[in-house]
Design a protein around this ligand. Structure first.
Ligand code: URA
Length: 206
């Protein structure tokens, strides 16, 4: 089965799953299933729920412009969220909501099997790197299982201040070279070590 059909099958399963929380539209994701770069946000907002497409509101416009600014096209990447229905009043997704959607996101990621995953913001980053801190660790390249991970600030955070915007843009500009490195065609990539619990580090030291 090709990736498109596998993703359609997964989406149909999600639509029928009565255990999945939040009653709004299922915003499954969009883009090229054969992509090398997969962007993962937090959860759809009002515009995304209305249009049943990820990242089409203000933050989404910035994300899509940033892609064009580095010479990439939206149709070449894939964009989705960890939680695929809009939380009420755009509140943060709850841990139990993230948990409920997790098995589906894992399968979606493994069907697409990108070279690099770009988690946007702390919720998506902590999904792959539970102990990472967004301002400290955004812009570093990590390895988690089969995937290279390059966390970035969420575009909504970038829109809130010039410092954050600068950080977001700087990391975005790193993407083409990070992808080359992940494909093994660039320079050897310095992989940041996934942050560990203090107790783990202490256990090693003593
Ligand atoms: N913010 C997100 O995290 N995801 C979207 O799809 C839109 C805004």
């Amino acid at each position: 089965m090709d990736k498109n059909s596998e993703l359609e099958g997964l989406k149909a399963e999600m639509q029928k799953d009565p255990k999945l929380p939040l009653g709004t539209n299922l915003v499954f994701g969009e883009g090229n299933p054969e992509c090398e770069v997969l962007f993962i946000g937090e959860a759809p907002g009002a515009t995304e729920d209305e249009m049943i497409r990820p990242f089409v509101g203000r933050a989404g416009q910035l994300l899509r412009k940033s892609l064009r600014d580095i010479g990439w096209q939206e149709k070449d990447v894939y964009i989705t969220n960890i939680v695929k229905r809009r939380p009420p009043e755009n509140r943060d997704p709850l841990p139990e909501e993230i948990e409920s959607y997790k098995p589906y996101l894992t399968r979606q990621v493994d069907i697409i099997a990108p070279k690099i995953i770009v988690p946007l913001g702390r919720f998506a980053m902590n999904y792959f790197l539970p102990l990472a801190k967004i301002t400290r660790d955004q812009g570093k390249i990590f390895k988690s299982g089969n995937y290279f991970i390059l966390p970035m600030l969420h575009p909504a955070a970038a829109l809130r201040g010039t410092g954050a915007m600068r950080m977001y843009e700087e990391t975005f500009r790193k993407l083409p070279s990070a992808l080359e490195k992940a494909k093994g065609t660039g320079e050897k990539v310095p992989i940041a070590e996934a942050p560990k619990k203090v107790e783990d580090v202490q256990r090693k030291l003593f």
